[in-house]
Design a protein around this ligand. Structure first.
Ligand SMILES: [Fe+2]
Ligand SMILES: [Fe+2]
Length: 262
């Protein structure tokens, strides 16, 4: 994690630190400043009036949201490189992360799921475990490719077969190490199997859907991770297959409008 990020995280967790101090620390990092202002002015999160200063944004968002945004920015920094084991070029991992986070946020609003900002960060960071497994995939690439083509198993199951751990579990370990909130650790760890979540099945199920809805063209990879909706997600979110299909259509339309506006 970059120094500016850990400094803000430490300040947020220190009850003695004033909001002014935290705003100062945020202002020292350009990316963090931009992200805090973006979220504080997000219509998707229900903020109407324009907010121009970091101080005002910090008051508006509160400590919990500041912490989540800071975690997202810190982790995003490590996702900008390429992952050769996964055949992800520079920016591919980041593009998939941002599209999954944005779709997860849209789904959280559409399905009225609590804590939409937490859902966004979970979507953003769901594949963070790939950072850890990439080197092993690279070493065993030929074997892995063969299994992917012949076994019909999704990538995460093949990872488990080869390395006794898959990228979602590895992501959970990273999230724990970075002291993420438990609900985020849980969502990252179980984004391919929401029924196995320990704490919050709902966030895991929303991220599972968002991952499946995320467009393939955000990843130029031959290593598509088997992005399908797990059956437990429907049960957790009270959806039937027809509702799921409609939700996907609405989401695609909303993302197209969003892209046009951006
Ligand atoms: Fe994944
Ligand atoms: Fe993914």
């Amino acid at each position: 994690m970059p120094n500016s990020v850990t400094r803000v995280l430490r300040a947020v967790e220190d009850p003695e630190t004033s909001i002014g101090n935290i705003a100062n620390f945020i202002s020292m990092d350009q990316v963090l400043t931009a992200e805090v202002l973006k979220v504080a002015n997000s219509a998707l999160l229900g903020y109407g009036r324009t907010c121009g200063s970091i101080n005002e944004a910090a008051v508006r968002l509160g400590m919990k949201r500041i912490k989540l945004i800071t975690l997202g920015v810190g982790a995003a920094d490590s996702m900008s490189g390429s992952l050769r084991g996964y055949s992800l070029g520079g920016g591919d991992m980041m593009r998939h992360a941002v599209s999954t986070g944005t779709i997860a946020l849209w789904l959280a609003q559409a399905l009225i799921v609590p804590n939409p900002d937490e859902v966004y960060v979970a979507g953003l960071l769901h594949d963070i475990g790939k950072l850890l497994l990439d080197q092993y995939l690279l070493k065993d690439r030929e074997h892995l490719m063969k299994l992917l083509q012949t076994s019909k198993q999704p990538l995460w199951e093949i990872e488990e077969r080869l390395f006794s751990i898959h990228h979602a579990e590895a992501g959970g370990l990273i999230a724990k190490h970075w002291r993420f909130p438990l609900s985020l650790v849980d969502a990252i760890e179980s984004h391919h199997r929401p029924d196995q979540a320990k704490k919050d099945h709902t966030i895991s199920a929303v991220v599972n859907l968002a991952n499946a809805f995320s467009p393939n063209d955000s990843v130029r990879s031959d290593f598509l991770e088997g992005r399908f909706v797990h059956e437990s997600s429907l049960e957790i979110l009270n959806l039937n297959p027809e509702m799921l299909e409609n939700l996907k259509k609405e989401c695609n339309a909303a993302m197209k409008i969003g892209a046009a506006v951006a």
